[in-house]
Design a binder for this molecule. Structure first.
Ligand code: AMP
Length: 177
């Protein structure tokens, strides 16, 4: 992805102050996803980061992470695994709880979704404080995959989310704010 393509994508991100609560600068990616050229660029750009890495599965975090994860999976010839909020997955599940600003949250995955042969990219749309992705990483690790990568469409580096993610895991983003 070249600089002008990144400028183009960033121009389609809408900053919404004080959503969902006062003090948060919410990065609304829907104008970018709505633009056909941008949507294709995002899919191509994300997949390009993982060409030739032997990725077998892309795990997306509900719900905004599903968009990029499925585009990546189809381009890489990999499968898609949903990481979901509690009570949504019908078969045997694994759970991981994590601390949010107010209270505890939980995410779930099907217990048979990843094997020790799999090379997994975990994808979410945005890295803020990193709590959600850390929990997703711990959840996927319970199934002992061969290798795990972490990817975001974009990140807010000032929130230092990278610091709570494991040092020895490769983390990529298409662009940062
Ligand atoms: P965190 O666990 O703090 O890294 O938050 C990550 C999750 O919350 C992602 O799934 C994002 O979709 C969402 N999120 C958190 N902060 C923002 C923000 N400022 N703008 C848009 N999405 C956000």
């Amino acid at each position: 992805m070249n600089d002008s393509q990144i400028v183009f994508l960033k121009s389609l991100v809408r900053n919404v102050p004080d959503f969902p609560v006062k003090g948060i600068q919410f990065k609304d990616l829907t104008p970018m996803f709505k633009n056909p050229k941008a949507l294709r660029l995002v899919g191509d750009g994300l997949a390009e980061l993982y060409r030739d890495k032997g990725v077998t599965l892309v795990a997306g975090i509900e719900s905004r992470g599903f968009i990029g994860a499925s585009m990546m999976a189809t381009r890489l010839g990999a499968g898609f695994v949903p990481i979901r909020k509690p009570g949504k997955l019908p078969a045997d599940i694994l759970q991981q709880s994590y601390q949010k600003e107010y209270g505890v949250d939980t995410i779930e995955v099907h217990a048979d979704s990843v094997t020790s042969e799999d090379v997994v990219v975990i994808h979410d749309d945005l890295l803020a404080t990193g709590g959600t992705m850390l929990a997703a990483y711990q959840l996927i690790q319970k199934m002992h995959p061969a290798k795990v990568y972490i990817n975001f469409l974009c990140a807010i580096p000032q929130l230092n989310g990278r610091l709570i993610l494991p040092d020895d895991v490769e983390v990529t983003t298409l662009f940062d704010f």
